[in-house]
Design a protein around this ligand. Structure first.
Ligand SMILES: [Cu+2]
Length: 543
């Protein structure tokens, strides 16, 4: 008996030491990537003649690979940040704008306090360190300001950058990289005769969405690209305030999509066209190997009807997005992979509420668009906006209000979701049939278009990070008017708090060691108290 106890204590002591070493190593790990991110006013040469005043981010790398931070010359867009899944980032954010702002990391699963909640602001002249670990898989994410009531004009002035995540599964596919990988931030803008950005939305433009008359990519008005006759990877981001695109090639080449908002798809998806609403991303396999040198292929946005539209080039008007000219002959050796990455497919039967979706309808009342029956209230949540942590749930968004019916890009912060159903309940059948094949709902989404009359249902596993995140319409004029609500993720049970006193400390450690090898002191509920339980307890030590 004495021997047995001493053996248990010996094993426990060894495990304690190993776990302590692991915890200590984690604590001592410096940031994998560290950079300063400054928001400031600049003047850049966008058009011939006078410089254009913009608001922009500038990045300066402190720690990390030399390709981590790429600023774009003569542009308001950027920087393009390139990181690895698992990297811990430390961002020294400096606000040199004349007003308060913040940074939202669109699509990334990060703690609420780092996510840029709409009232969590950095005052003019102030700075803040933002830190998080990249949990999301390889994909195209982005960052932009998110202050309540001022997001639309801050983004319009130029503040938007891309954060590209890479991982081993993506590297194994040997997708086009380097010069064959083209980040493309799609935006529309309007300029005065003196080359200054125009943005003074009327009430109609606030209601229906502001659109510009000039197509821009990465902050440049030249949307043409010279390419070798190779396969390219286009990382498309719709960074418009309110314009959606119905993307198609001019020569009927299929739109070959390999990635979505939250990473690569399980397999390439071929279609005639692709809908891309504000905030959405798409990775496109663009095969220019069949182009003759001297010829071009044009990326178009085809005509569609979003319900409401206004402006010189209304949302839904046909337009040219980009032109690719084959300027040099090269031999292509890559072929399109038949499968891409493994994606955990959520199943409705596994949801905590498989027959009773949590419903957050889009509505319209008092001349305002609403979500879940209301508009934004600082940290205000309705009972059905408090959700359990780390739990798979079934959610339903409807867009069936009858006043001012129009398409909205729905965006959920903090967690990627999987769309499992779209149904046109009451929308115009012809208008719907003209877009529905372009909704790429496969893979991980965080933003999706919901058409007038439509119902979209999705599954989401709420983050393990507790706290308040917003969900909102990514038509930025709508967001600004309050079409934004808060979802509160409840704290997960505190693993290791064996005596349920709200803290993990020496009293819990004593209970765990006392129950070593038995079910008493079992933190992970696997029936036995062992090193994995000890590791969890120590991981929450002091919490
Ligand atoms: Cu909207």
């Amino acid at each position: 008996m004495i021997h047995s106890v001493s053996m248990q204590l010996h094993r426990a002591t060894t495990s304690v030491l190993l776990a302590l070493i692991a915890s200590f190593t984690t604590l001592c790990n410096a940031a994998d990537v560290e950079f300063t991110l400054r928001a400031y006013v600049d003047s850049v040469a966008i058009k011939p003649g006078a410089l254009t005043e913009v608001w922009r981010y500038g990045g300066t790398l402190v720690t990390g690979n030399s390709d981590t931070v790429a600023n774009l010359a003569s542009s308001s867009i950027g920087p393009i940040i390139r990181v690895q899944q698992g990297d811990t980032l430390v961002v020294h954010f400096q606000n040199d704008l004349p007003e308060a702002t913040n940074v939202h990391w669109h699509g990334l699963d990060i703690p609420a306090a780092q996510d840029g909640y709409a009232t969590d602001l950095v005052a003019a002249g102030a700075s803040r360190d933002i830190t998080f670990t990249v949990l999301n898989p390889a994909g195209t994410y982005w960052f932009h300001p998110h202050p309540d009531m001022t997001t639309a004009h801050q983004v319009m002035k130029g503040l938007a950058g891309m954060i590209i995540v890479e991982d081993a599964a993506e590297r194994a596919l040997d997708l086009p990289s380097g010069a064959l990988e083209i980040p493309m931030v799609l935006q529309d803008r309007s300029f005065t005769a003196k080359n200054q950005l125009i943005y003074a939305p009327s009430m109609t433009e606030m209601m229906i969405g502001w659109v510009g008359n000039t197509m821009m990519i990465n902050g440049y008005i030249d949307t043409s690209f010279d390419v070798p006759t190779r396969v390219h990877r286009l990382r498309l981001l719709n960074g418009c305030n309110s314009r959606s695109f119905k993307l198609a090639w001019n020569d009927a080449t299929p739109m070959m999509v390999i990635g979505n908002d939250g990473g690569l798809l399980s397999a390439p998806r071929s279609g005639g066209y692709l809908m891309l609403g504000p905030g959405e991303r798409a990775d496109v396999w663009a095969d220019f190997s069949t182009l003759a040198v001297g010829s071009t292929r044009t990326l178009l946005s085809q005509a569609f009807h979003p319900g409401q539209s206004q402006g010189a080039i209304p949302n839904g008007a046909a337009l040219t997005v980009a032109t690719f000219s084959a300027t040099s002959a090269q031999t292509e050796t890559r072929t399109l992979p038949t499968s891409l990455v493994a994606i955990e497919q959520y199943l409705l039967k596994d949801a905590a509420n498989p027959t009773t979706p949590r419903a957050w309808p889009i509505g319209f009342s008092n001349n305002e668009f609403t979500l879940n029956g209301g508009v934004f209230v600082d940290h205000g949540v309705a009972a059905n906006e408090i959700v359990p942590c780390d739990t798979l749930e079934y959610i339903e968004i409807t867009n069936i209000a009858t006043t001012l019916r129009m398409a909205h890009p729905f965006h959920l912060h903090g967690r990627s979701l999987q769309v499992i159903e779209r149904t046109n309940l009451s929308g115009n059948a012809t208008a719907y049939a003209n877009v529905v094949a372009g909704f790429n709902d496969s893979g991980w989404k965080d933003t999706f278009l919901i058409w007038p009359g439509e119902r979209v249902r999705f599954l989401v596993r709420w983050s393990a990070f507790a706290g308040d995140y917003v969900y909102h319409c990514h038509l930025l004029e709508h967001e600004e008017m309050g079409m934004m609500r808060t979802v509160r993720i409840e704290p997960c049970p505190l693993l290791g708090d064996l005596n349920n006193d709200g803290a993990v400390n020496d009293a819990d450690l004593a209970l765990l060691l006392g129950g070593w090898g038995t079910a008493a002191g079992d933190v992970n509920a696997d029936g036995s108290t062992d090193a994995s339980d000890l590791s969890m307890l120590l991981g929450n030590w002091g919490a």
